[in-house]
Structures are given as C-alpha cells and as structure tokens.
Design a protein around this ligand. Sequence first.
Ligand code: THU
Length: 133
Amino acid sequence: MFDAKELARKAVEAKSKALPTYSNFHVGAALITESGVIYKGANIENSSYGLTICAERTAVFQAILDGERKFEAIAIAGDSEDFLPPCGACRQVLADLCGKDLEVILTNQKGEIKTFRLEELLPFSFGEEFLKP
Ligand code: THU
C-alpha cells in the first residue's frame, strides 16, 4: 500500500519542473505503479498553445514508455487555492491507460488531500471496448 500524503508531496515536488511559459500556472503529478514505482510529471507549454501538455499526461506517458502497465494512483498538485481537478483530456487518457479504478488524489494549498476513483470523475466513458466488433 502506498501513502497518499507522500504521493501528494511528490506531486508538489514535481511542480518545480513545470514549464508554464504562457499561463504561469504550475502543475505537478506523481503516478505510482502497482509495484510502487513513482513517475513524476509536470505541464509543458508551447507557443502554439494547443500543443501544451498537462502534468498528468507527461507522467503517464513516461511510465508507459518504461513498460509500466499497472497503476494504483496519481496525485496532482497545482497553483490553485482549491483542489485542482484533472482536465477532461487527462481524465480520458488516464481512463484508457491506467483504468477506471485508478485513485486520483487532489491537493490544495493548505496541504489537504481529497481522493476519488477515476470512474467518479469520468462516468460512462469511451474506451477500447467500444472499438471491438
Ligand atoms: N494543466 C495541467 O497540467 N493539468 C490539468 O489537469 C489542468 C491544466 C495545465 C495545462 C496548462 O499548462 C496550464 O495548466 C493552464 O491550463
């Protein structure tokens, strides 16, 4: 079992690697695999704004490239006062690559955490099952 508070601290650490050139809004993520390996991610912005990539996706793509396929939880930390929820695009990517049972740990500036299952954040979602004949 992983420590949710500890994972949240790793997400806060990851925020320092963000490159939010245009929004100046830093986001960090920490994704833990079933075997306990932690992958960090941070948002990286682009002058062609739509090419910006979120913290959650940088973390999950790094893990996938490392051959990881089973995930337990992701913690997200941002510059917002309130709990920072993952954007819709990241919810879809996390559902596809990490599964709907993924635990999603949100953090706020007070150092509090709030936990959801991804299924709660993205109910009735599109997935590979719809592509099968
Ligand atoms: N951002 C994330 O990294 N994750 C989210 O789930 C919400 C938004 C980033 C994208 C962009 O660099 C900045 O926050 C402002 O939208």
